[in-house]
Structures are given as structure tokens and as C-alpha cells.
Design a protein around this ligand. Structure first.
Ligand code: BMA
Length: 401
């Protein structure tokens, strides 16, 4: 069950008021943990603890995450226990991203060739080691079957009353079955569902996905998001999820951050984590800004995000991003860490997740976000790992109790 608007609205309003009242004396971040709760009313204790513990980390450090980290690396695949993060630093990431694209088709493998059966095991391994699992979904259109990047048909007919609505339900049923299958041993000794950060319908302010701007109207996007959350909570009774909203930085206007960020925002009753997918400020090939401009904008984007999250009692995170092919050997300390360290607002960001290290042999291209063995950014990544603010697996406090 999702909390009622009135209760949650009052709390969020109170936090906003307190933040506003304290503004003349200090613009400092306010600690909101405990005063505002996750959106799922009967949230499982382990997921609730994750939420609380992530709040506690604010200002201290951030979890470092990597997509598909255990499934393959640039120079290896299907090798149990490996991760390009571990090969360089000796440590696993603190957070693991996985994508469910093609689960809706009942396929055995996801869109990047990761077997779902193994993904489940890797997710459980991550949890057992104290790490966090985040899930995105490059879903094929449940009605037309076209890929997430085909933009001919939007979300309108997936909504209640639409001709493909039952297909959306079936896709969400697959998700619910998958989430339920992730049984783990909880801190209280009982067996129960593994807490997950669920990040559906990402980068919707871009025009490259069928749920994005253009094929899907803002109103339909909101309805799609709300239906997803309500269906999973009420009909599927999933109580182990934290929901992350993640617009793409390249389509955000930093001068009008709030209104631009809130495009399609389903409301405070429907989101736990305010995320941002940021490749744009970190050396994106289509961005012509200078590195100095990039740095200032990266800091501005993280700071504005963290402020908005604090006003609403939410967590803030860089849910996806990084520098494709790591052409700057000092990327990790000079771009990423400096951005996070810049001021007391940027330091409120609780996790930063970079994208995947595509296997070169399988994909015949260079597409990676952490260094592989022998790469010129490896030493810098080790330095980044050693910094007290960057949390990898070995640095994690217990997050689920
Ligand atoms: C993109 C690229 C694609 C991949 C997709 C889903 O950003 O990495 O190659 O298929 O994410 O993981």
C-alpha cells in the first residue's frame, strides 16, 4: 500500500517549511531521516532500514555502483566472482545495477545477454555481502513488441482502458514474480524478499524511449508511473521496493532546475529517490562545453538535485552515468569525486552508479565506465577507491538493520 497523500503531504510540507524557515540563517542541508518515510506504507523492515541508513550516510560518503559488474567485463565473461571493479581495486562495488529488458518477453537472457537465472544469483550474492541492488528496465513496448528505443507508439494505450493495458499488467506481473523469487536471509534471521531500488521508466525527459518525451505525453507518463507503483504495491503486494525517478541531465535546464527536473514527476507519494542520469557533464561526446564548464555544471546539477530532495524528504543519487571509454585517466578523482566533494549540498548525494563494461569480444566495440586491467585510468581508480568518501563493499556499514 502506498501512503495517503494527506499524511505524506503534511510531512513533506513540514520539512519544506523547516527548510524554508532556516534559510535566512543558513542554507545548510537539514537532516530529515526519520521525519519522512518511504512511500510504501507497510514497507519491509530491511527495505526501511536501507532507506534510513542511506539517509544517515548523507554528507559522509557515497556508495559506488556499477552496472552488470558481476556478469562480464571488457576482457572476460561468465567467470564467477569476477568484476572489473574488483580486478583493479581488490574490492567489489557497494551497489549493483541490473537491467530487466526482455524479462517482459519471458526470455532467458536480458537485452545484453545476461541470463536472468544468473542475475538472480548475483543479486543474492551482492545482498549477502551487504551491498545494494538497483534495477532498471529497458522494456520492449508491451503492446507492439518494439524495442525501448523505438518511438512510434507511446504509453497511452498501456494505461487503464487502453487496448494494451493487459499487456502492461503482464509485464509487471513478470517483474513481481522476479522480485518475489529473490528470497534472502534477513538480519532478523527470517527469510524474506530482498530489498530493491526499482528505477523504472528512466530518462523520460529525453526523446529516445517510447515512454519518453514525444511518443508519451507528460500526463500519460505520470499516469504510467503511478499505475506501476500502485499495481506493484496494491495488486502484487510488493513491500520491498524503493522507487527511483531518473531524468537525464542532458535535457535539464540548470537555470530552471526545479521545473525542468519535475517534468513528468508523479508526486512525492510515488518516489523515494530523486535521481539523475548524468553522462552529459562528464565528457559526453556530443557536449561541446569546456571541462571547466562541465565541472561547474556537474556541481550545479548535483547540488540542485540534493536541495530538491531535502525539501521533499527524499534521497538524492546519481542513478546512472560516467564517462564512456574513460579517455581521461584522472576521471575518477578529478571529475567524479571533486564534483561530489564540491559543497555541503553535493555531499548529500548518497550513491553514484556508473554504466556497464561491455565485453569487447561479444560486442566488438569499446563501451566501458570503469578501468579494466592495464587501462590508463586504473591507478586513478585505485586512488578513488582509497578515498574515505567513496564507499565500496569493504567500507559498508550494515545497511539492512
Ligand atoms: C545502453 C547501452 C546499450 C545497452 C543498454 C541497456 O546505454 O549500454 O548497449 O543495451 O544500455 O543496458
Amino acid at each position: 500500500m502506498v501512503r495517503t497523500t494527506v499524511f505524506h503531504g503534511l510531512l513533506a510540507g513540514l520539512v519544506a517549511l523547516l527548510t524554508a524557515c532556516s534559510a535566512p540563517q543558513s542554507d545548510a542541508p537539514q537532516q530529515t531521516a526519520g521525519s519522512v518515510e518511504p512511500i510504501t506504507e507497510n514497507i519491509d523492515p530491511a527495505a526501511q532500514a536501507l532507506w534510513r541508513n542511506l539517509h544517515r550516510l548523507k554528507g559522509e560518503g557515497f556508495l559506488f555502483g556499477h552496472q552488470d559488474s558481476l556478469a562480464y567485463g571488457v576482457q572476460w565473461r561468465d567467470d564467477s566472482g569476477r568484476s572489473d571493479v574488483k580486478l583493479t581495486t581488490g574490492d567489489y562495488p557497494a551497489l549493483y545495477g541490473w537491467d530487466l529488458g526482455r524479462l517482459e518477453l519471458n526470455d532467458a537472457r536480458n537485452l545484453d545477454g545476461v541470463p536472468f537465472a544468473k542475475m538472480r544469483d548475483w543479486m543474492r550474492d551482492a545482498y549477502r555481502r551487504g551491498g545494494v541492488v538497483s534495477v532498471s528496465w529497458h522494456m520492449t513496448h508491451p503492446g507492439t513488441g518494439s524495442s525501448s528505443w523505438e518511438t512510434d507508439t507511446g504509453a497511452a494505450e498501456l494505461l487503464p482502458g487502453g487496448q494494451y493495458h493487459k499487456d502492461l499488467r503482464l509485464a509487471l506481473d513478470q517483474f513481481a514474480a522476479f522480485a518475489r523469487s529473490l528470497e534472502v536471509s534477513l538480519p532478523d534471521g527470517r527469510t524474506g524478499p530482498m530489498p530493491l531500488i526499482f528505477r523504472p521508466w528512466h530518462e523520460h525527459n529525453g526523446d529516445w524511449f517510447w515512454w519518453g518525451k514525444g511518443p508519451t505525453s507528460e500526463e500519460d507518463y505520470r499516469a504510467l508511473w503511478r499505475f506501476t507503483v500502485d499495481y506493484l504495491a496494491q495488486e502484487q503486494q510488493l513491500d520491498q521496493l524503493l522507487f527511483a525517478f531518473s531524468p537525464d541531465r542532458s535535457r535539464l535546464n540548470l537555470d530552471q532546475f526545479e521545473s525542468s527536473y519535475l517534468y513528468g514527476y508523479p508526486g512525492d507519494d510515488y518516489v523515494d529517490i530523486l535521481g539523475i542520469d548524468n553522462y552529459w557533464d562528464l565528457g559526453h561526446s556530443a557536449n561541446t562545453a569546456t571541462p571547466e564548464e562541465d565541472a561547474a555544471r556537474f556541481i550545479a546539477s548535483l547540488g540542485a538535485l540534493a536541495k530538491l530532495a531535502a525539501q521533499r524528504g527524499k534521497l538524492a543519487a546519481m542513478t546512472e552515468g560516467g564517462q564512456d571509454t574513460l579517455f581521461e585517466s584522472d576521471f575518477f578523482t578529478e571529475r567524479l569525486l571533486k564534483g561530489w566533494q564540491a559543497n555541503e549540498w553535493t555531499r548529500q548525494i548518497v550513491y553514484v552508479q556508473v554504466w556497464r563494461n561491455a565485453n569487447r569480444e561479444r560486442e566488438s566495440r569499446n563501451h566501458f565506465y570503469v578501468p579494466y586491467s592495464g587501462h590508463s585510468a586504473a591507478d586513478n581508480f585505485i586512488e578513488f577507491h582509497e578515498h574515505p568518501a567513496t564507499l565500496f563493499e569493504a567500507d559498508l556499514p550494515p545497511l539492512y538493520e
